[in-house]
Structure formats: structure tokens, C-alpha cells
Design a protein around this ligand. Structure first.
Ligand code: M6R
Length: 368
């Protein structure tokens, strides 16, 4: 059942192209993006004036990624919030608020309570869920299923990539309903998304170097992760994977925050993973990150750089260079997360830990 893999997680990492393709399948028909159960009409989508994404853990990171795309495509304000924080404050919600509740299991207690709270306040709730008939989709106004298949490893991998894809479908459906994107633009965005399973497959074909690096880093005391824009949530996700699997101190930062504190942590030999944006996309983001890397390298950090293939400018600053295929900026998390999953799994294996069942954690957190 592990399909020749030592751990379910490793199998699930390999299944990511299929998880993405299955999640996107059927969602573009007649020149339009279509959501699953259209319990939210086009008029409902047109009326939306604010979006909240609520979730926990990796699902929350998928929401952070989606914020960049949904705001860009729809010009709607998008707030992304941990379900455990959202439910205990008094968020401003009304019937024109769309709350997107993202949950692999569909049973996470805080996310479920956030859904209940949102519905009491008359907000419309769309669940993005990987588990048919789970509680969160049952209590939501509408559901968009991710089709990642069952995820056994406690660490989320294929479900996370599928969540990003599903959140993007929500963004495109909103843009289409609101007319903030022309139909041909929506079609183009969808087709770019549909090309991602192939790009992820390419990344999966080049993980041997990352595994070797994981073995080298097995005794590191801490690892930092830096990114900007959509690379920032990728940095958070990379750090979470490392914490939960390898029990290693790991932190993700927005690279722009370095000088506001984290740079004090940099010392000789400290591994720092940097998630680079494409040099062809947002040139300014790229050059800012290059200068961040040069600063940390000058202080002796061991720089591990995830960059687009052919990105020559970054090479002098990369002690280790992990190349990923060129894809549009907003889609980069789908390729740049994969090496970080492999890295965390390999560090954990090298330290002799059970990659599928990290200590103290459960696959679905049904108590607070
Ligand atoms: O089932 P959910 O998506 O609601 O779960 C949310 C988190 O518990 C989950 O993503 C957790 O953070 C993973 N173990 C991360 O790998």
C-alpha cells in the first residue's frame, strides 16, 4: 500500500502531480471555471465584498499563498487567519463576506468552530476539503473538494498542493463572476494551473541532491527559511515540515523582516533556506532577495537557495542551489514547496524518526 516507498509520506510526495491534476479536473468547462456544487450562485459570488480564509497548520499556509492570487485577480480584500484566532475574536462578517474554510480532514475542531461562527454571523462559507462528507463541508454553504486522495502521513504534502490549486479555483471563479478578469484571462490562468502537474513531476525527478543535503543537515541545530511574496508562506511551510518531522528548531521569515530582528540569529554555518522568486517575474522582488542572501552569506550562513533554473544572478550567493522549473510567479509555491518536503523528510529519516507518525501529533486535530 506504500507502493514500494518506505513511508506513506514519501509516496504522497510522489503523488502530487496526480493530486493536482485530479483536483483541477472538471473545473473548466465551456470556457469557464466551475466550482463543484454550485450552491453559491454567480450572483452570490458577485455580491462578495471581502474574503476570509480560515484554517490551521499547512492549510493556513495554503490560504496565505492564495491571498496573493485572489487579491490580484479579484481586487477583493482577503484576510487569512488561523481558525483558532478567528473564532475567539469578533471578526467583521456579514452576508457579503465569503469565508473559505480550508481543511484536509474536514474535522479540525477550530476550523469547524470558525465555520459555525461565520454562519451565525450570516457570512457565506465555502469549504475546501479533501474528505468527502466530513463535518466542515456538511456545515458549509458550499464545498470544493480537493482530490488528493487519502493522506496517511501526518505531515500534509499532496493535500497542501491540492489546497493551493483549489483556492486558486475559488479566486478565478470570483474574478470571473465579478468581471475583474476577462474570460480569456481566466482561461489562460486556468491553463497555466493545469500545466503544474507536469512541472511538479519535473521537480520530483531531481530530488536526489535534496536528499543528500538532508543527510548533511541531520545534525544541524536549527534551520531558517526566508521568502518574499508567495515565497514567504512557502518558507513558513518548509519550517513547519521540519519542526513536525525532524523535531528541529526551524523558523520561516519574510525576508524583508531580516533587519527587524532575525538577522541577529545568523551565525557561521547556520543553514538558511531561501525561496527565490523568478528573475523574469517581479524583478524587484528578485533583486531584494539577492541582496538579502548576500547579507546572510557575508555573516557566514550556509545558504541553500531554491531558484528558477537558469537563474544565474543567484549562483554566487548559493552554497547549495536547488533548481525548480520556471513557472508564473503565483504558481511558484507549487514547485518550490516540493524540495522542502523532501528535505524535511530526509532530515527526519536520517535522525531515525518515523516520518509518518511524528511524536505528539495526530493526523486530524479534533480537540482544541
Ligand atoms: O485537516 P486539516 O487540513 O484541517 O489540518 C490542519 C493542520 O492540522 C495540518 O495541516 C497540520 O498542520 C499538518 N500536520 C501539517 O503538516
Amino acid at each position: 500500500e506504500k507502493g514500494g516507498h518506505e513511508y506513506f509520506m514519501l509516496k504522497e510526495i510522489d503523488e502530487q502531480p496526480t493530486a493536482l491534476a485530479d483536483t483541477l479536473r472538471g473545473h473548466f468547462a465551456g470556457g469557464r471555471v466551475v466550482l463543484d456544487e454550485q450552491r453559491l450562485s454567480d450572483q452570490d459570488l458577485r455580491d462578495v465584498d471581502k474574503v476570509f480564509v480560515v484554517a490551521c497548520g499547512s492549510a493556513y499556509h495554503s490560504g496565505l499563498v492564495a491571498k496573493y492570487a485572489i487579491e490580484h485577480w479579484t481586487r477583493l480584500p482577503v484576510e487569512v487567519e488561523l481558525a483558532s484566532e478567528f473564532r475567539y475574536r469578533d471578526p467583521v462578517l456579514d452576508r457579503d463576506t465569503l469565508v473559505v474554510a480550508v481543511s484536509q480532514s474536514g474535522e479540525t475542531a477550530d476550523t469547524l468552530e470558525a465555520v459555525r461562527h461565520a454562519r451565525e454571523q450570516k457570512a457565506r462559507v465555502l469549504a475546501v476539503c479533501n474528505t468527502n462528507g466530513a463535518q466542515i463541508p456538511r456545515e458549509s454553504d458550499a464545498v470544493l473538494y480537493t482530490h488528493a486522495g487519502p493522506e496517511i502521513g501526518v505531515a500534509s504534502t499532496k493535500a497542501f498542493l491540492a489546497q493551493i490549486a483549489a483556492n486558486y479555483l475559488v479566486g478565478l471563479a470570483l474574478a470571473q463572476a465579478r468581471g475583474t478578469k476577462y474570460p480569456d484571462e481566466v482561461a489562460r490562468e486556468f491553463h497555466e494551473l493545469a500545466a503544474m502537474p507536469e512541472a511538479v513531476r519535473t521537480v520530483l525527478g531531481t530530488t536526489a541532491r535534496v536528499q543528500a543535503l538532508g543527510r548533511e543537515l541531520a545534525d544541524a541545530k536549527a534551520v531558517l527559511f526566508l521568502g518574499r511574496h508567495v515565497g514567504y508562506p512557502v518558507a513558513l511551510e518548509g519550517a513547519l515540515k521540519l519542526k513536525e518531522l525532524a523535531y528541529m528548531h526551524a523558523e520561516g521569515f519574510a525576508a524583508g523582516e531580516l533587519k527587524h530582528g532575525p538577522i541577529a540569529l545568523i551565525e557561521p554555518g547556520l543553514p538558511v533556506v531561501v525561496v527565490m522568486p523568478s528573475p523574469k517575474g517581479r524583478a524587484v522582488l528578485h533583486s531584494k532577495l539577492v541582496s538579502n542572501i548576500s547579507e546572510i552569506q557575508a555573516r557566514g550562513a550556509r545558504t541553500i537557495v531554491i531558484a528558477e533554473e537558469g537563474d544565474e544572478t543567484v549562483r554566487p550567493f548559493a552554497d547549495e542551489l536547488i533548481e525548480v522549473p520556471a513557472v508564473p510567479t503565483l504558481l511558484q509555491p507549487l514547485v518550490s514547496t516540493v524540495p522542502l518536503q523532501v528535505l524535511a523528510a530526509e532530515i527526519a529519516r536520517s535522525r531515525g524518526y518515523d516520518v509518518d507518525k511524528p511524536r505528539n501529533l495526530a493526523k486530524s486535530v479534533t480537540v482544541e
